[in-house]
Write a protein that binds this ligand. Structure first.
Ligand code: GAF
Length: 388
């Protein structure tokens, strides 16, 4: 049975009538360009086939009744549509309240209540943007149901506002952009400085992109993320005293190295070095993928991981173990963490001819060293959030 059918059936069991509309919102994987989106750099993500599904029907009153098959303990949550304060016990429902709250700031008032059922097939804490997936799912759904007339970029910014303003996480725009603008079999090369973007066929030739999930419990990611953002911001401010730049993404590595001593903290020098070099690598990786130069593309992935490990310090033993075990396998051209880091997932570019043994071999090394199992899968690259 498909997930949509299962969702439809559980909706009907819970609410006593069939759902009227269904929506799907993908997760995302970032090929390269990590921690560059809040530093004025490039990113290169794609929307993936694992994501979040919604079934919904309108109500005649002002109540929202919602449940998620992934958060069974939270049960059915019911609240008035203008009761938008975050609650400690809110779990996933905070995203529903957050989207409605941010919509209301834009003058889009949700006119009536609805019944909502959600299910997702993304591994938990996988760092594949379950939050952005859910934000866009709810945003696109409400925009469709109530004809708010918002375009895709406004919906992307709405999702980011839920993170930045409602939840207080200083995330960039990559995740929401990838989830909303995704296209089947395409990666999105986005300049976060100008918001210009270009679709590039995600064609890896004789290789496939394997997603490796650490299954590490999510902890400290949010505070560490905000800390990294503050560190690069401080570095930028010090460089702006000697260079006419708006963001670290305005500098080449060569230009950066000439003025790096103006950053007072050695730690912040390394953080900024990553942001500048990663931006350059992303431009090079887009060129390599466009030219089907898989060897070069793979090398850049690995260089990215090393920089995130040594200069940005967002990897950790779980991601480093997956990447080094992957690199030791035959037919692997490159590997790196993807997303915010500190756990979550990594990716590897693996020859199709070697793919069968890959997961078992890397999984064994991981299990022996870390003490629990990693998960491995190959996801299709799909369209962004849409009605079904
Ligand atoms: C998280 C954030 F949400 C993104 O905006 C991005 O900064 C990413 O970490 C790191 O590249 O997914």
């Amino acid at each position: 049975m498909t997930l949509t059918k299962e969702l439809g059936e559980s909706f009907e069991r819970r609410f006593g009538h069939p759902a009227e509309h269904f929506f799907f919102s993908p997760g995302r994987v970032n090929l390269i360009g990590e921690h560059t989106d809040y530093n004025g750099g490039h990113v290169f993500p794609a929307a993936i086939s694992v994501g979040t599904y919604a079934a919904v029907s309108l109500r005649d009153d002002n109540e929202i009744h919602a449940f998620s098959a992934n958060f069974k303990d939270a049960g059915m949550v019911s609240f008035a549509k203008d009761d938008l304060k975050i609650r400690q016990y809110d779990s996933w429902v905070k995203y529903v309240r957050g989207v409605i709250s941010e919509l209301s700031k834009l003058g889009h008032e949700v006119p009536r209540g609805f019944n909502l059922a959600i299910v997702g097939d993304m591994p938990t804490a996988s760092g594949l943007s379950s939050s952005a997936s859910l934000e866009l799912l709810i945003g696109v759904m409400l925009n469709d149901l109530f004809d708010f007339g918002m375009d895709t970029l406004s919906l992307v910014k709405l999702g980011q506002a839920v993170e930045n303003d409602y939840l207080g996480l200083q995330t960039g725009i990559m995740d929401q952009f990838a989830v909303a603008f995704g296209q089947e079999k395409q990666a999105i090369f986005l300049d976060t400085n100008t918001m210009d973007y270009e679709m590039v066929p995600a064609d890896f030739g004789d290789y496939e992109l394997v997603i490796m999930t650490t299954n590490k419990k999510r902890e400290l990611v949010d505070s560490k993320y905000n800390e990294r953002r503050a560190e690069t911001q401080k570095a930028l401010e010090e460089l702006q005293a000697v260079a006419d730049i708006n963001s670290l993404g305005d500098l080449t590595t060569e230009e950066f190295e000439k003025i790096v001593d103006h950053i007072s903290s050695p730690v912040n020098q390394r953080r900024a070095r990553h942001a500048v070099a990663e931006n350059e690598r992303t431009v090079l990786a887009k060129k390599a993928l466009s030219e089907h130069d898989m060897k070069r593309f793979g090398e850049l992935l690995t260089e990215s991981h090393n920089s995130l490990r040594d200069d940005y310090e967002v990897t950790g033993i779980e991601l480093d173990t997956l990447v080094s075990a992957a690199m030791a396998q035959p037919g692997v051209l490159g590997a790196r963490m993807t997303g915010a880091g500190f756990g979550g997932s990594a990716i590897a570019l693996v020859a199709k001819s070697e793919a069968d043994n890959f997961a078992a071999a890397v999984g064994k090394v991981y299990d022996e060293k870390i003490g629990y199992q990693a998960s491995f899968f190959v996801a299709d690259i799909v369209d962004g959030t849409h009605a079904l």
